[in-house]
Design a binder for this molecule. Structure first.
Ligand SMILES: [Zn+2]
Ligand SMILES: [Zn+2]
Length: 275
């Protein structure tokens, strides 16, 4: 039974609980380790996005940054807070971030500088947005109304391309929710199968792990990734880690027993953990 999670959020980003509350709960669960991976979302044109008016009204509007300078300062402070909260506990606490990988010119170099300055223990990549105009713009993943369907389909296809670029960058220890795009009504479980298979092939080729996320189960009744993708991932012996993607204490370790059984039933032999 996996007694850790490297994918969870605190009220520093869009979680509901403080760092202390999350660590208390993880200790209660008897976990060996926990990684705090709050969102890093930095896009130069986030405030020009067609989706910005909606994001701006959200209680979590502070998660959107338009420059790395402020994000770097905030994450340095956050890391100190995590380390302070971790002191004297019976659990190993790691500092991380769940990163939206954007592909416009210059983003990657700025992110590398962010990594040098913050020195977090690890990064996972989780792409939550569509990236119009070759990545120079950003749009809500659920967007369906603002653009014609054919445009959205092109953006969905490009979204999987961006995930491949994140994998190929080798900057991430695992890739979160690779079929998160099913949040968009134009991306059903069997749509974009070629693109999804390309992501899986890319994981294999670059020897990068991915997650079995119980958040999918909580939110949609089905894991991320969906059944056929999970089968393909396991048959190709790609390393897997179970994640809860917890945004509150009740979600830590959510359905881990079922997830373990699911991996066993599929004959999964290759599990990822922080070395
Ligand atoms: Zn995510
Ligand atoms: Zn997450």
């Amino acid at each position: 039974m996996q007694k850790f999670s490297y994918h969870c959020h605190t009220d520093f980003s869009d979680g509901h609980n403080t760092i202390d509350e999350m660590l208390n709960r993880a200790e209660q669960l008897g976990w060996e380790e926990i990684g705090i991976s709050d969102h890093l979302i930095v896009h130069k044109n986030v405030k020009q996005s067609l989706s910005w008016p909606r994001w701006e009204k959200s209680p979590n509007n502070h998660v959107y940054y338009s420059d790395f300078k402020k994000a770097t300062d905030d994450f340095c402070r956050h890391k100190e807070d995590v380390l302070k909260a971790a002191k004297g506990r019976n659990i190993k606490v790691r500092t991380g971030a769940e990163v939206d990988y954007f592909v416009y010119d210059g983003w990657k170099e700025e992110f590398q500088e962010f990594c040098r300055q913050t020195e977090l223990d690890y990064y996972i990549s989780g792409n939550h947005f569509l990236q119009p105009d070759h990545g120079n713009n950003i749009l809500d993943m659920k967007e369906r109304e603002l653009l014609p369907g054919e445009e959205i389909k092109k953006l969905l296809s490009f979204h999987f391309d961006c995930i491949c670029q994140a994998i190929e960058s080798k900057m991430f220890c695992f890739i979160a929710h690779i079929d998160y795009a099913r949040k968009n009504p134009l991306c059903g479980n069997n749509d974009f199968a070629l693109e999804k298979k390309k992501v899986i092939a890319c994981l294999k080729h670059n020897k990068i792990a991915t997650e079995l996320s119980t958040k999918g189960l909580r939110k949609t009744g089905e894991y991320y990734p969906t059944e056929w993708m999970l089968s393909e991932i396991i048959s190709r012996d790609i390393p897997l880690v179970i994640s809860d993607d917890a945004h509150k204490i009740e979600e830590l370790g959510f359905d881990f027993t079922e997830a373990e059984q699911c991996l066993q039933a599929h004959g999964c032999q290759n599990r990822w953990y922080y070395k």
